[in-house]
Design a protein around this ligand. Structure first.
Ligand code: FES
Length: 169
């Protein structure tokens, strides 16, 4: 697996200048959208890109970090194309969430907070997805899958993997 330091130190920062230019004159209201642009480009918020964003915009880097760490949409580490969130809340737990989580971990080969080496999936657990009536529930990107079994969960992941650009068609 490629080390994070190798990938971070070799990133091209040219897009950051283009992003700042597209938000000129840069205002505090541009912080979120510029972070979204950075993440759209790199797939996450690399530290050198954050530093460059601060330098070019004149906004202290702490302000960018404050926003980036507040919103769940932002990722500070390399992140998979698909985000899989398995609920571990009480309603889901009593209806089989641990079995689903075990199956998903085995299938992806990564644990909670991990990203598959092909950058296809990042796996997270959450305390409640707010759809307890569907328990047990899993969220893949923006789509909820309820009344899950371990078998259904794996099938859903297999279909999502087919849409991964690194996969042969
Ligand atoms: S406990 Fe799982 S959705 Fe609420």
């Amino acid at each position: 697996m490629q080390s994070k330091s190798a990938s971070v130190s070799s990133i091209d920062l040219t897009p950051v200048a283009e992003i700042v230019a597209s938000h000129t004159p840069f205002a505090e209201a541009d912080i979120i959208s510029s972070l979204q642009d950075i993440q759209d480009h790199y797939g996450y918020l690399p530290r050198p890109a954050m530093d460059e964003l601060s330098r070019l915009s004149g906004v202290p880097v702490a302000k960018f970090y404050g926003v980036a760490t507040f919103y769940a949409q932002f990722h500070m580490q390399p992140h998979g194309k698909h985000t899989v969130r398995v609920c571990r809340g009480t309603a889901c737990h009593v209806r089989g969430a641990p079995k689903i989580m075990d199956a998903v971990i085995r299938h992806l080969g990564v644990g909670d907070g991990g990203t598959t080496p092909d950058m296809c999936f990042s796996l997270e657990t959450v305390a409640c997805l707010g759809t307890c009536f569907l328990s047990p529930v899993m969220l893949v990107d923006t789509k909820y899958y309820g009344n899950l079994t371990a078998e259904k969960a794996i099938k859903i992941l297999e279909i999502a993997a087919e849409n991964h650009p690194g996969k042969e068609q």
